[in-house]
Design a protein around this ligand. Structure first.
Ligand SMILES: NC(=O)c1ccc[n+]([C@@H]2O[C@H](COP(=O)([O-])OP(=O)(O)OC[C@H]3O[C@@H](n4cnc5c(N)ncnc54)[C@H](OP(=O)(O)O)[C@@H]3O)[C@@H](O)[C@H]2O)c1
Length: 306
């Protein structure tokens, strides 16, 4: 069968599952072979992906290099959707296997803030310190193939579940700083589609150079005030309450918290207030020109369950 082979590491996860599903459905004709690395191929999530057509590869934690090499044999693209909390041994085994592989493109497990813009001197949150280190180590070792970081803003589904101050149930919208400041929210399925498109562009020698090493995508970019208005329209309720908290004080309060569990959410909310999660300047047009391939999912689509 012609077409490309992709391997997805962490394909049973919050992001990995919808990403794998997009490769197996919307982009199946381009990717007839979709391999998913899982620690337990008998898990329900893994079996569900196999039913959809995924080839399951066991990630044997006692034999990491062999597991990766086997799963990566002959691949064209590798997508990493592992959490950054995996062991150093695993991170390095993965980087080395990517370097040995036939893949033309490798996607780092980024999928969040564009931390090139973050400015917390001496108190950068651990999560981003770790991600930056992994990216640097990967770029140092992986030569002759594209290593791409895709920054997505906040997952749309998570943002609407309340993690950044959008409380739909209470109809209350709490920003750090101005509620007019825009923030990018990206849906999990759009991220999957974007990764499939970027893989195709990066694999093809005619278009490979167009794919940047680091890029932003955005399903929807809007302010807390605009989210409040969409909620009112879709739910048929009064426009909700806006609460604006002191951005400078919130930022100051982060000092010394960089290793605290869950601190990342406060850091994200400060970045939103500073306008650094407004990804209006993005690579959407490269990936999906004029929305000719699909319609990016908006907050309104999500709330209407479209
Ligand atoms: N922008 C946002 O709003 C946002 C939100 C959340 C996450 N993210 C980012 O998205 C990426 C993926 O995060 P996620 O939440 O989707 O990940 P996740 O669901 O926590 O984990 C993904 C998969 O990784 C595998 N895994 C977990 N620990 C492992 C280990 N120690 N060794 C090997 N495999 C392991 C598991 O698969 P098996 O059990 O099948 O092996 C799991 O299903 C990360 O870079 C994360 O920072 C962004």
């Amino acid at each position: 069968m012609s077409g490309y082979t992709v391997a997805i590491v962490g394909g049973t996860g919050t992001l990995g599952n919808p990403v794998t599903t997009e490769f197996l459905t919307t982009f199946r004709s381009s990717f007839p072979t979709v391999r998913v690395l899982v620690r337990n191929p008998a898990s329900e999530k893994a079996k569900d992906l196999a039913v959809k057509g995924a080839e399951l590869h066991k990630l044997d934690e006692a034999n990491l290099s062999e597991s990766f090499d086997k799963a990566f044999a002959g691949v064209d693209a590798i997508v990493n959707t592992l959490p950054h909390t995996v062991s150093d041994a695993e991170k390095h085994a993965l980087i080395d296997a990517v370097a040995r592989s036939s893949a033309k493109v490798y996607f780092l497990s980024e999928f969040g803030v564009d931390h090139r813009r973050s400015d917390f001197p001496g108190y950068e949150v651990d999560d981003w310190v770790i991600k930056k280190k992994i990216a640097a180590d990967t770029r140092e070792k992986v030569k002759g193939k594209k290593v791409v970081a895709v920054y997505t803003g906040i997952f749309l589904q998570l943002a609407l579940a309340g993690v950044i101050g959008i409380d739909i149930e209470k109809n209350t919208f709490t920003s750090y700083g101005s509620p007019s400041q825009k923030v990018t929210l990206s849906s999990l399925s759009d991220i999957g589609k974007a990764l499939a498109r970027l893989s195709i562009l990066a694999i093809d020698p005619a278009t490979s150079a167009k794919v940047p090493d680091e890029l932003r995508i955005a399903s929807d970019t809007l302010s807390f005030e605009e989210v409040r208005d969409v909620v009112a329209r879709v739910k048929g309720v009064e426009k909700g309450k806006i609460v604006s908290e002191d951005l400078v004080a919130k930022k100051e309060g982060l000092k010394g918290t960089q290793s605290a569990p869950g601190a990342i959410l406060s850091y994200i909310r400060v970045l939103i207030g500073e306008g650094k999660l407004d990804f209006s300047d993005n690579s959407n047009e490269l990936i999906n020109p004029g929305e000719s391939l699909w319609k990016w999912r908006t907050v309104e689509d999500q709330l209407r369950g479209l």
